[in-house]
Structures are given as structure tokens and as C-alpha cells.
Design a protein around this ligand. Structure first.
Ligand SMILES: [Zn+2]
Length: 359
């Protein structure tokens, strides 16, 4: 402002009038499209460090002394007035921007729902089966499959179950209607017979699968999963059996855990035993899970009975072998620390979704 030195009160009032007009015409130019950004620009133009009102304040210094109080008052009024108007404009602009956004992103409830589907996970029994099969493949086993609906011969007779064995009772076995000799397999041991009838020794086979028994309580479900394993060759003895069981249990549950065999009876093995693993929870010290014994019952095993070899046409003089079987569901419970077997089969996504996608 080159004429600053000659400013009088009249000049000042005139200048204020100019500023008001400029302000009004600036706002008129904005019209209905009031954007927060434009209001901010106006604020800078009028009240900013180099704004029109600030310039006028600077000019005040060069005015005649007697004009200063009057000029200061009107400039201040101008300033306060503009501040007030700009604040109101700012609010209006922000509301307008919000309305505009909502109009552009109008909610249309008739559109298809866009749900982000998470990656699925594997069932704990599937995970456990994969872990077990990985370890058995490392030990040189081949995976074999067999029928879930099978003849009595494969499930019982060929496995040395006598005709009056209690397992054949209606209370334990699901019989297929009208065909008393056709059943839902009660164990995966039927695969031993199928495999031995189709293959020649040496054999190293594991066979996982679903099995069925008329049983339902806290620790039993009518359908459950087993894994069967057997080895047949010349010169196989109980040391081989103990070695395989020991190796795979340690690989799955930890090298520090001990295993043990306890004498038991199953028709298709002689001698037969049950095998235990040191408790995975307390590492053998004794806890609620192992009922303070320090041991967990895992499954049954034994040297394959000569009668079984007879049934499939193998020479029991030439070959020996061992077989073992255990529950995959129970293994999964131990590994994933589950308290209720039935959780595995209730199909609750909240529960099943916690497990990993890969073993
Ligand atoms: Zn324990």
C-alpha cells in the first residue's frame, strides 16, 4: 500500500466498504458449490498473514494519531464480522460435503451382499490324519484304503473272531438290513485282510478311515476314525513292533516321551498288547488328563495271529508280522488339547475355524 502514509479515517472506512463488497462477491461466485477448501481459501485471502484485513491493520500504524482509535474500532468490527461469517460458511460447507458423500454412496439394500469369506481351515481329524500319514510314510509305509461297508468275513472271520465273539453282537455292530453278513466295519483291521489278499509280502501298510459301533457317550461317538498299520515279512519280531510304535509316537508328540506295552488280548494277534504313551500334558508326572497315572492309553497291537495268515493264504511258517490300531480322534484331542470328543462332530464353525489350514 504505497499511499499508506496518507491514510485517514475516511480512507479506512472506504477500504472497509471495498473489502465487504469483495467478500460478498467472492461468496456469490462460490454459489451453491460450497467446498470446505474454498472457505479455507477465503479465510486466507481476508484474514491470513498477508490478507486484506491484515493489510489494513498494518496501514493503521501510519494514520494520524487522532484517527487511530476510530479506525481501529471499525477494522476490528470488520475482522470479527468476517470471522463469524467464515465460521458459519465452514460449517455449512462441511455439512454439504457430507451430504454429497452420502448421496454418492447411497445404501442400496437390494444389492447382493459382499461378504469377505475367510480362508477355510482343516478339520482337526484331517490335520491329525495328515500328520500321522506323513510320519508313517517316512518309516516306509504305504497308505491303503478299504470299504466301510464290508462282509463279516473281512471284519470278523478272517481276523480270527469266533462265531460267538461278543463284538458280533447286535449291540456293538451296525448290521445292514436283511443282509446279516454285511456290516459297517467296526475297525480298520478289515483292510489287513483286503490288502493281504491282493498283495504279496513284504508289506508295510497303514490304513486310516471311518469306523462304526453302536456306542454314544462322552468319550464315544457312533462314527469314529481309526488308523490301522501292519508289517509282514520274513523275520519280523516284537522288537520291530516296539521300534515302529516308539518312533512314530515320539515323532508326533515329542522325543522326550516314553512308550510302553501292556499285555492284552485281541483275536487277530498273539501275543497282544496295548500301547501307552507318557502323558503329553504332564510329561509323566501325573495330572487330571492321565488320571494321575502319567500314561495315556493309545491303542492295541500284537504279532499277527497264524490263523489270520491262514485265512489269506500266507504261510505262517515263512512269514511273521505285527499289526497295530488306534483312534485318530483321540490323537487329535491330545494334540489339540480338546476336552470333549463330540466337539469334533458337531460342525460348529466357531470351534472348527480355530484350526490351521495346513498341518
Ligand atoms: Zn498327565
Amino acid at each position: 500500500m504505497s499511499d499508506a502514509k496518507t491514510y485517514t479515517l475516511q480512507d479506512c472506512v472506504k477500504k472497509i466498504e471495498d473489502i465487504r463488497q469483495t467478500f460478498a462477491s467472492d461468496i456469490a461466485q462460490l454459489g451453491g458449490q460450497l467446498q470446505p477448501r474454498a472457505v479455507e481459501d477465503l479465510k486466507v485471502k481476508f484474514l491470513g498473514r498477508k490478507g486484506l484485513v491484515t493489510e489494513l491493520m498494518e496501514a493503521l500504524k501510519s494514520m494520524p494519531k487522532e484517527d487511530k482509535p476510530g479506525a481501529g474500532k471499525v477494522i476490528n468490527e470488520l475482522r470479527q464480522g468476517l470471522e463469524k461469517e467464515l465460521e458459519a460458511l465452514k460449517i455449512k460447507a462441511e455439512e454439504g460435503a457430507l451430504d454429497q458423500h452420502l448421496n454418492q454412496h447411497r445404501l442400496d439394500v437390494s444389492l447382493p451382499v459382499q461378504v469377505r469369506r475367510g480362508q477355510g481351515s482343516l478339520h482337526p481329524v484331517t490335520l491329525m490324519r495328515r500328520i500321522l500319514l506323513t510320519e508313517f510314510r517316512r518309516l516306509g509305509f504305504t497308505v491303503y484304503d478299504g470299504p466301510e461297508v464290508d462282509l463279516d468275513f473281512y471284519n470278523f472271520s478272517a481276523l480270527n473272531f469266533k462265531d460267538d465273539h461278543p463284538a458280533r453282537d447286535m449291540q456293538d455292530t451296525f448290521f445292514i438290513a436283511d443282509r446279516a453278513k454285511t456290516i459297517l466295519r467296526t475297525h480298520t483291521s478289515n483292510i489287513q485282510i483286503h490288502a493281504m489278499l491282493h498283495e504279496k509280502p513284504p508289506l508295510r501298510i497303514v490304513a486310516p478311515g471311518r469306523t462304526y459301533r453302536c456306542d454314544s457317550d462322552l468319550t464315544h461317538t457312533p462314527m469314529f476314525h481309526q488308523i490301522e498299520g501292519f508289517v509282514v515279512d520274513r523275520g519280523i519280531d516284537m522288537g520291530d513292533m516296539k521300534g515302529v510304535i516308539d518312533r512314530f509316537l515320539k515323532a508326533v508328540f515329542g522325543e522326550d516321551l516314553e512308550t510302553r506295552l501292556r499285555p492284552s488280548f485281541f483275536p487277530f494277534v498273539e501275543p497282544g498288547a496295548e500301547f501307552d504313551l507318557q502323558c503329553v500334558a504332564c510329561r509323566g508326572k501325573g495330572c487330571r488328563i492321565c488320571k494321575q497315572t502319567g500314561w495315556l492309553e493309545i491303542g492295541g497291537l500284537g504279532m499277527i495271529h497264524p490263523n489270520v495268515f491262514e485265512a489269506v493264504g500266507y504261510s505262517s511258517e515263512e512269514y511273521t508280522g505285527f499289526a497295530f490300531g488306534f483312534g485318530i480322534d483321540r490323537m487329535a484331542m491330545l494334540r489339540y488339547k480338546l476336552s470333549d470328543l463330540r466337539q469334533l462332530f458337531e460342525g460348529q464353525q466357531d470351534f472348527l475355524g480355530q484350526f490351521p489350514t495346513y498341518p
